[in-house]
Design a protein around this ligand. Structure first.
Ligand SMILES: NC(=O)c1ccc[n+]([C@@H]2O[C@H](COP(=O)([O-])OP(=O)(O)OC[C@H]3O[C@@H](n4cnc5c(N)ncnc54)[C@H](O)[C@@H]3O)[C@@H](O)[C@H]2O)c1
Length: 345
């Protein structure tokens, strides 16, 4: 088990990787606790939850909205949760976002922690203190920064994930290797079979590496005014692909990373060998699926992304495996690259 601390002025968040999730009961108060989870997680793990009232939301993105937050807040009031209360979220990125958001606004903020149950939430969503809900089709438009007191990442819970959810999370793990940790990338390259077999020991060490990296980044730049932007590698094209095709987030980001790596290679930032290693890895896990962004919509879809400043985009490129760089560029430059690349295929 590894404990990673995210130390941000005014808050300390402890992330336990490889810890048995059933020990969550030892980290929460003895009273005033409410658990938030979704139906799928509850049906598999609910009988082993700590003995506190449980609020269950519908699985999936459609629960990440203000109406649901309002309904949950009413249930908290009914349950007599006051400012000394504690929310424990047990679930993936959706449950973590809902729990973090609700805990941040309920009575101007109560304590909260997570048991993080998907690979995506373990390597990404539950570290860093971003809590967001959607407004219509606009993702994570309403939100705040507030760190959970603790996060438990138990690799054993990843056994019950569907293949689609598991590999979607793997894309974010690969992203971390490309932008910040060459050793992580190599470890993924060298352990193909153990990754496919969801070996808990290996997953613990990969998740630890990813969380250590993200913790270091958010400690330096909690509010995404600089360094934290590198975490969006693959996401500019990824979001455009997600909006125009029916691909799950991780698969869309995987194709977005392929495009960003090709763009980096075109600009002479990475070698063809590194580009082939990146695309080879994404292909080996079958992460590159067919997608289509209509040519006349690329600009609009790219500008839909939050990582923009006027008509410019903070685009994340790689300078070789393990190193990323952010370049502010006009959306038109990105669209030109995309259209030329597609025309040449
Ligand atoms: N706050 C952040 O910094 C941040 C970062 C990245 C992503 N996110 C958000 O995370 C969300 C996506 O997270 P996700 O991919 O975990 O989605 P999710 O929470 O919807 O979980 C995916 C599916 O897996 C099921 N599930 C969860 N754990 C399971 C388990 N152990 N076994 C079996 N099934 C399980 C869920 O019920 C759901 O159907 C998005 O809303 C995204 O915006 C937030």
């Amino acid at each position: 088990m590894e404990k990673i601390t995210v130390n941000i002025p005014g808050s300390v968040s402890e992330i336990f990787v490889g810890r048995e999730w059933e020990t969550a009961g030892k980290l929460i108060p003895q009273s005033g606790v409410l658990i938030i989870t979704d139906q799928n997680v509850h049906s598999i793990y609910g009988n082993r939850f700590p003995e506190f009232p449980v609020l269950i939301v519908q699985p999936g993105e459609q629960s990440k909205k203000l109406e649901v937050i309002g309904q949950l807040a009413e249930r908290l009031l009914d349950a007599g949760i006051d400012r000394s209360g504690f929310l424990l979220g047990i679930g993936g990125g959706v449950v973590c976002d809902i729990t973090g958001f609700l805990a941040s606004v309920y009575m101007r903020g109560i304590r909260f922690g997570y048991v993080s149950t998907t690979l995506l939430s373990q390597v990404d969503a539950s570290t860093g203190g971003k809590n967001g809900v959607n407004l219509g089709d606009s993702k994570n438009i309403l939100g705040c920064f507030r760190q959970p007191e603790f996060v438990i990442c138990d690799p054993v819970m990843l056994y019950t994930l569907s293949d689609e959810e598991y590999f979607s999370g793997l894309a974010e793990l690969i992203k971390t290797g490309i932008i910040g940790d060459r050793l992580l990338f190599e470890k993924i390259e060298q352990n193909y079979n153990a990754i496919i077999g969801r070996d808990p020991e290996l997953l613990s060490s990969l998740v630890s590496m990813a969380v250590n990296f993200k913790a270091a980044v958010v400690t330096e730049d909690e509010r995404e005014s600089g360094l934290r932007r590198i975490l969006n590698f693959g996401h500019t094209f990824g979001h455009a692909i997600e909006l125009s095709s029916s691909l799950a987030h991780g698969y869309a980001v995987a194709s977005g990373m392929e495009l960003a790596a090709r763009f980096s290679c075109n600009k002479g930032l990475i070698s063809v060998t590194d580009l082939e290693r990146i695309t080879g890895m994404l292909k080996s896990f079958n992460l590159l699926r067919d997608y289509h962004i209509p040519g006349d919509q690329v600009g609009r879809l790219i500008l839909h992304d939050k990582k923009k400043a006027g008509g410019d985009i903070y685009f994340v490129l790689t300078e070789g495996i393990g190193k990323a760089v952010v370049e502010k560029m006009p959306a038109g430059t990105i669209v030109d690259f995309y259209l030329k690349y597609k025309a040449g295929k």
